[in-house]
Design a protein around this ligand. Sequence first.
Ligand code: FES
Length: 521
Amino acid sequence: MTAFELNGQEVVVSEDHEHLLGALRDELGVISAKDGCAPSGQCGACTVLVGDKARVACQTSLERTNGEKVTTLEGFDDAELQRYCDSFAAHGALQCGFCIPGILVRAKALIEKKGEALTRDESARHLGAHLCRCTGYIKILDAIQDLATGVIPEPQAPKGVGSGGTKYEAAALAAGTRPFIDDMEVDGLLHGALKLSDHARADILKIKTEAALAMDGVVAVFTAADIPGELKVGLIHKDWPVMIPEGGRTSYLGDVLAVVVAVDRATAIEATASIEIDYQVYEPMTDPIRVIESDENAVWGLDGNTLSTSSYQRGDVDLGLESSAHVVCETFQTQRVEHAFLEPESTLATPTGDGLYVYTGGQGIWDDRDDIARVLGVDASLITTELVSNGGAFGGKEDMSNQAHTALAAWLLDKPVQITLSREQSLLMHPKRHPIRMTYEAGCDANGKLIALRARMLGDSGPYASVGMKVLERAAGHATGPYALQAVDVEAIAARTNNSVCGAFRGFGANQAQFAMEGIM
Ligand code: FES
């Protein structure tokens, strides 16, 4: 047992927790400290005060906490917390709000130490311990500076379309009291964890769940064999298996093989390590150029490796290039980009008698509802999905992640189940921005006026469609950027590979095309 003072009260917690954050969130009901990447200590969302020092709780051991005073936002003086929240709200210093409670704690530690002497540069340096993916840091620094110097701007309610005003739920988001899905508690809640594949391309010969099932606290282990309805889901093509069954083949490292349900999250995660998988491993097909020329299928159950081809032509490009005074030909390669939203994906599903109520942080909850119903083999009217505003998405939560797995477990057990991905699993599972290889050939007259452009694009879309064909279509549509040309010939191919799935991300393919077009200019 570990004893410490939490927000002025003596508490005693079990030593089973991996870190202070686990004890705070799982045993003591603290929700202001958010779990963005535990136990890596990279995002700062779980920052609390230990004594008068700001510490990331997921990197603070219980041993180190013993006998200390720990303060979370729940323990701030009400008037003081209001001031902090008002300042952040008035400055528009938050969007999703997932990162802000940790930043408020950091701000308090800095202001208590330096008072009015706190400089913007010092604050900026200390904010290096915090990631914010939505707001940026300028407004956050403005809010902290005002707090340090005692200026409290009044939050203004929006007065209508076109007026400025504070964000909906700004104060509660800043204080960390507006629950994200992983903050939600319901009676009898069980926790799930996913077993992902160890190999990007491997036949699944056997899934052995006995050892996991025998563990104390484990309630059930489900595999694809337990799915009563359709195996595959997807926003446009239904080609994404919820789980890979025995006899099936994995197509990327985010493929799910089993769901463990247990009395707590730590047990569920631990039990996934006890699931034994017999694999027949194959070399993953990762090069889009080779993949589209190969006769071998990269993805289990799908014929061919070309997801889509988008093309259009206008005018005579060959003639335009021949008659150009200058011709430039270059190949550009963009990289795969991760959204890095601060809140890892979380879903909570609760039985309603004849159906399910599913709290989802997805970006298309009607699609979530319809696909969950297909997986369960029930009418969509039995499934209610409620959107819980998420801690960032940027396109990365358009596809389902763990929604179907959570719903399946709750449905089969007739009990509420919550699944929250670890940061590592989140990175492996959800789609990324497409890396696109773009060969541009452009010609202009002696005055520099563009005459003709030929563009060939090849995007690595990963194994499953997601919205990959639409992203490459958008890249093709924006191939010439803002420039007017009489002769254009564009082709954009989305290739299926065994890399990460690629899908929606702010800009949706147009960004890559602008990179190439501005490069050729
Ligand atoms: Fe900072 Fe969303 S407001 S991560």
